[in-house]
Design a protein around this ligand. Sequence first.
Ligand SMILES: C[S@@+](CC[C@H](N)C(=O)[O-])C[C@H]1O[C@@H](n2cnc3c(N)ncnc32)[C@H](O)[C@@H]1O
Length: 260
Amino acid sequence: MSFLSFPFPVSLKAPAVRALLLQLLSFVIVVAGVLLFWRAAGQVLPVWLLAILQGSIAATLTRWRAMASWWLPIQLFFAPALVLVFGWQLPSWIFLLAFLLMLGLYWSTYRTQVPLYLSGQRVWHAVNQLLPERPLRGIDIGSGLGGLVLDLARRRPDSRFFGIELAPLPWLFSWLRARLRGSSACFLRGDYQTLDFSSFDVVFAYLSPVAMPPLWAKFQAEMPVGALLVSYEFAIEEHPADEIHQPIKAGPYLYVWHKH
Ligand SMILES: C[S@@+](CC[C@H](N)C(=O)[O-])C[C@H]1O[C@@H](n2cnc3c(N)ncnc32)[C@H](O)[C@@H]1O
């Protein structure tokens, strides 16, 4: 079974769920180790050492399960951070604030499997160079902090650029940036999967491998002939790109598909 249905559907394959399961497995191993050590030496190890063990085992298991590399520090430092924070006896509202901050930033990441990480100026420059000369409408699906959309709107005043973002805080941040700069960039809050792509000439995506096959289907079904799909870092296995660029030396590729 790959789904649990309580209290809402949770995929057991979702990285956040796998990370949690690995923390639980690590906890079981640490508890077994504590019991063995207690029977052998009649002593209990200090909590800080147990937390370091918990983190190290969780990180090792995470590497063994070949999860994305950014999970390693999260898994490694999660238990030690908890011990530190509880040791400082911080007021409880700090936990609520931290939780709300993470929720605002990462929102449905457990479902979409696309967390917030950012492209940069060299990628934006490469995307700008790909754009046709004529006035056009472009959108960054999963626009994060809005950097690409604001950059293109500044470079191409003849065209209209949009961003759509699911997570509330990045959306709010990019919306405010556009207002403060007087930019023509437009930021929508929502799920790009429910957006009709037919009015766009260019769709830019910096998502994840799992997002690519459904995105290809949407590109084929909705976008007009001559439109471009641009994906940073993530290719589509069954559909080789028409163009491949490398904006950063030895960095990820920028894939481009033309709608025929
Ligand atoms: C890797 S970041 C890319 C940010 C930005 N495009 C850039 O290039 O810097 C991906 C973003 O997509 C957002 N996202 C993931 N799934 C989404 C969806 N279905 N609809 C809208 N945004 C989504 C995430 O919240 C995250 O901010």
